[in-house]
Structure formats: structure tokens, C-alpha cells
Design a binder for this molecule. Structure first.
Ligand SMILES: [Zn+2]
Length: 322
């Protein structure tokens, strides 16, 4: 029933992406199953990922945390945040991209999903286009400039529902214009959402995707800690959230060099979100309130005062609060 808006999108977007026929063929699909078929899989993967059963389309999940499967599949997902402040730094020459991590991902041939803000795609069009053209990568929408879709949300600015809807659409247009790919999935900035926010994303024909393994790579200078967190949390069907902005996630590349080989030794295959959802129904939150926010509504025990400052890690200096 909710599939209808999703089916319409690829039809009118195909014309726009015709300049990039490969990207269009692999990324623009009305159903997750089609994306799996279209992906040029490695021989080993073709055995791992069974063709989808043709029949009634599965209902569109309200929100995705992972997939119900016993197969050793895991979806690494990476957010590419951008806001006005970061954009100002970018215009002054700062690069919000972890090329060490992207090069490593490309060299390992793992499949992954990259949630791009529209503003990031516009600031780094060559990188955005190159990543989107890689058939191993699926591109998702991470809003245009990373505001909160439900507040409080880690200090992200709150905007009206109208602006939220505009953020989704504007990012969709920017990403498609830059990369030739129309995302099918949306990730809320900060992972914060409520029921009306979910409605906004579904009205745009997109499926909200969260995670069930938080790598805690944001502002973390300890790759071993990130890797240990991911390796302890991953189960068949997991979605892992990480970041690719380097300065905001300085140890992601080093952590990936620990995570990917370790999971491969356990027999895991890395898949995109579409491929994961083709393997089993979505894991969804059980909380009927449909509210997730950065700061819990329950009273929190008093915290020790934070101290913030510059810390020199293996990737250089980062600003940390703890
Ligand atoms: Zn983000």
C-alpha cells in the first residue's frame, strides 16, 4: 500500500539519470529485491545472496533497524554529514571526507550504504559521483543540511515540519543531480525522529533506516574501542552506523581495518541495505510511541561535568568532550 509512491519515483527519475546508465541500472529500483539482482555480485556473493522469491511485494517497513535473517549478512552504513558551519570550513579548504576510509572500503570490495546529506554532495560533487558510481555502494538520503527531525537531538537545530519535508526533498534532488542516483532510504540526522517525521519520509517515497549497532565512531580517537563495540554487537542481519567525515570521526578508517577482516573471518558478507532487506523482513522498533531522541525523556542521573579540549590522536588533533 505504501509501496505506491516508491514505485512512481524511479519511473520519472530514470530519464534524469540516463547520463549514468550503470548507476541507474544498479541503484534505481522500486524494490530492494531488484537492487540485489542488478548488483554485479562477486561469484562468492552470488551463492550467498539467494534470488528473491517473486510474488507479493513485502509491505514497506515503517522504519528499519536491521533484518531478520540467520544468514551471516551485515550492512555497514556510513553517514556524510554537512551543515552550514561545516560548509563554511569546507569553502575555506577543509575536507570533510575520510579518503583513507573510502579507499579502504573500495579496495576491499565490500558492499556498503552511504547516507549523504545533499549539501555534502554539492560541496564534493566529484567524490559524491565517484562513490555513487561504484556498484558496491548504495546511496541514501541523510537530509540536506542535517537538522533535527525531533528535538532534543544532540544539539542539532530544530526546524518546522515544512522545513523537514523540504530537507528530504532538497537532499533527494541534490543527490540525484550530482550523482545520478535517486536514494530509496533516508537516515534521520542524529537518528532522532518521531511519528510525524516518519510520515514525512514515507510521503517522500523513502524508507527510514536506523541501525542496531552503533559503532560509536563519532569523535572517537580509539579504533580498538570502535572495533570492539562493532564486533560485540554484530549479529546476522545487523545494520552498523559509522561516519566518513574524518575530523568528526577520526578513527573510522583504522577501525574498519580491524572490523572488516574480523567479520570476514566469522563468515560475514557485507551487503547494502537493499540486499539486507532482500534477505529477510525488517527489524522494527517495538516501542509504539515511535519516538527516538538524543536525550531521553526520563530523568537522567546527574552527570559529571564535561571537560572539552583538543586531543592528539593517531590521525591528528580532534576536539573532544568527555
Ligand atoms: Zn549524521
Amino acid at each position: 500500500m505504501r509501496r505506491a509512491p516508491l514505485l512512481l519515483i524511479p519511473a520519472f527519475l530514470l530519464a534524469a539519470v540516463s547520463a549514468y546508465p550503470q548507476a541507474a541500472a544498479t541503484k534505481v529500483g522500486s524494490q530492494p529485491a531488484q537492487a540485489v539482482i542488478a548488483h554485479p555480485l562477486l561469484p562468492a556473493r552470488q551463492e550467498e545472496i539467494r534470488p528473491p522469491v517473486v510474488g507479493e511485494p513485502a509491505p514497506v517497513p515503517r522504519i528499519v533497524l536491521g533484518a531478520q535473517t540467520t544468514r551471516p549478512l551485515v550492512a555497514l552504513t556510513f553517514d556524510l554529514d554537512m551543515n552550514q558551519g561545516m560548509a563554511a570550513a569546507a569553502r575555506a579548504g577543509f575536507r570533510w571526507i575520510n579518503t583513507d576510509a573510502t579507499s579502504y572500503l573500495e579496495s576491499t570490495n565490500v558492499h556498503a550504504t552511504l547516507f549523504m546529506t545533499g549539501m555534502w554532495a554539492e560541496l564534493y560533487p566529484a567524490e559524491a559521483h565517484r562513490l555513487a558510481a561504484n556498484p558496491n555502494f548504495e546511496i541514501g538520503n541523510h537530509s540536506y543540511s542535517h537538522p533535527a527531525f525531533h528535538s532534543p537531538c544532540y544539539g542539532l537545530g530544530s526546524v518546522s515540519r515544512t522545513v523537514q519535508a523540504n530537507q528530504v526533498q532538497r537532499a533527494q534532488q541534490a543527490i540525484e543531480r550530482v550523482t545520478g542516483v535517486a536514494p530509496e532510504y533516508f537516515r534521520f540526522p542524529g537518528g532522532c525522529y518521531d511519528r510525524p517525521a516518519l510520515d514525512i519520509v514515507h510521503a517522500a517515497g523513502l524508507i527510514p533506516v536506523q541501525w542496531n549497532v552503533n559503532s560509536i565512531d563519532a569523535f572517537n580517537v580509539y579504533p580498538q574501542q570502535i572495533a570492539a563495540t562493532v564486533l560485540a554487537g554484530v549479529k546476522p542481519g545487523s545494520i552498523v552506523v559509522m561516519h566518513l567525515m574524518r575530523a568528526n570521526a577520526p578513527s573510522s578508517a583504522a577501525a574498519l581495518r580491524l572490523i572488516i577482516p574480523a567479520l570476514q573471518r566469522r563468515g560475514y558478507v557485507f551487503v547494502t541495505v537493499s540486499e539486507l532487506l532482500a534477505a529477510g523482513p525488517a527489524i522494527q522498533p517495538t516501542d509504539p510511541r515511535e519516538v527516538v531522541e538524543g536525550a531521553p525523556t526520563r530523568p537522567m542521573p546527574p552527570r559529571a561535568p564535561q571537560s572539552c579540549g583538543w586531543v592528539t590522536g593517531i590521525k591528528g588533533r580532534v576536539y573532544l568532550c568527555r
